[in-house]
Design a protein around this ligand. Structure first.
Ligand code: ZN
Length: 213
């Protein structure tokens, strides 16, 4: 498994074809593979099994060797790869629906929690318990489900940690909808990024004031 780079380098990601990684944790970056979620024209970047594997390389959770291995496995089993991609997209949408409610301070409906249960059972059931630095780690086995398993394990860590209280959803200009953990000291981060949604909202307020005057 890769050690994930910190800070700005990590936020940019490895590949320019995918959105930046502003969620502060893997499972949120994964939900943010749909851009302009709250708009009428959301853009999905995970359009197939290959894109799913490439995104994992983008997020730096697999290295080049892993990427080649997964590509080989997908080529050998296209139907399996397609099923796994559909499963990953379903995971993403179920995770988004639950996390959006939590970010908005709404009590999540049972149906949202239940929808994630099969994903958690499958990935936790496959994971290996391995000693790490000062603690144990759960790592998924190699295979076509490796990427989705990693995301589920990260989601599990988030849902069962107090970091969940810092979960936010970027309002954008009524369009963004990206999820992120507010890691600011005062808990005042409002936007997925200040230079993106933050500055667009500022400009919009500025023009509205100009029009009113
Ligand atoms: Zn945003």
């Amino acid at each position: 498994m890769r050690t994930i780079a910190a800070g700005k380098a990590r936020r940019q990601g490895n590949l320019s074809e995918f959105p930046r990684l502003l969620g502060e944790t893997l499972c949120l970056d994964f939900t943010n593979t749909v851009e302009a979620r709250l708009s009428e024209h959301p853009q999905d970047f995970l359009t197939g099994p290959v894109e799913l594997a490439r995104w994992a390389r983008h997020a730096d959770v697999i290295d080049e060797a892993d990427a080649e291995r997964i590509a080989g496995e997908m080529a050998a089993d296209p139907a399996g790869a397609s099923n796994e991609w559909r499963r990953a997209v379903a995971l993403r949408e179920h995770a988004y629906a639950l996390l959006r409610d939590i970010a908005a301070g709404r009590a999540p409906a049972d149906v949202r929690v239940d929808a994630l249960q099969p994903f958690l059972c499958a990935s936790l059931g496959r994971a290996h318990l391995r000693p790490g630095a000062g603690r144990f780690e759960l790592t998924p086995p190699d295979g076509i489900a490796y990427v989705a398993d990693l995301i589920v394990l990260d989601l599990h860590r988030l849902l069962t940690s107090e970091r969940l209280g810092r979960l936010r959803q970027c309002p954008g200009c009524g369009d963004c909808g990206w999820l992120f953990l507010d890691t600011s000291r005062n808990g005042t981060r409002h936007w997925c990024s200040m230079e993106g949604c933050g500055s667009r909202a500022k400009m919009r307020r500025h023009y509205q004031r100009m029009r009113q005057n």
